[in-house]
Design a protein around this ligand. Structure first.
Ligand SMILES: [Zn+2]
Ligand SMILES: [Zn+2]
Length: 159
């Protein structure tokens, strides 16, 4: 696994122990192109015959995120999801179906341009941004699902 050595180097640079468990967790994340939950990481480790506790997985994911090798996402499910940042679209956004949970990655040069324009208007130097669009995927719409609004009204309208 070519990317694990980057994580190993990060751990050494930080003076953190390089353990086999940490490497195994990194391997699972680096081998997947999905947005994995801790639950799913634990399952994949078990499928490989490895029993690693959730606390260790959480701690290792925290290190992976700090190292910049892995991104952490909150898609509003009540838990986090993780994806590695190699060999992917360098900047991508997420379309999240609130019905079936499907996450679609999209790439938008327009949004990158908007980020730069808006930032420079404020004299701000932008490094990255995060956008999550929630709604219904095409399959759920075809199955007759409807968007459920949460009953929020604009405070200005009720004044
Ligand atoms: Zn859907
Ligand atoms: Zn993604």
């Amino acid at each position: 696994m070519p990317f694990v050595h980057l994580f190993r180097r990060y751990l050494r640079d930080q003076g953190l122990p390089v353990t086999q468990q940490r490497e195994l967790i990194a391997e699972v994340v680096f081998a997947s192109s999905d947005h994995l939950s801790v639950e799913e990481i634990e399952e994949q480790l078990r499928a490989r015959g490895e029993r690693i506790g959730k606390a260790t997985i959480y701690r290792t994911l925290e290190m992976l995120v700090k190292s910049g090798l892995v991104a952490e996402h909150d898609f509003g499910e009540g838990f986090k999801r993780y994806e590695h940042l190699f060999g992917q679209m360098p900047v991508h956004e997420h379309l999240i179906c609130t019905e079936c949970g499907k996450v679609t990655e999209i790439q938008s040069p327009e949004l990158v341009r908007v980020q730069e324009e808006v930032a420079s208007r404020h004299g701000f130097q932008a490094a990255r941004h995060r956008l999550e669009i929630y709604g219904l995927c095409a399959a759920c719409q075809a199955a007759g699902r409807k968007l459920e609004w949460e009953g929020l009204t604009c405070p200005i309208e009720t004044l």
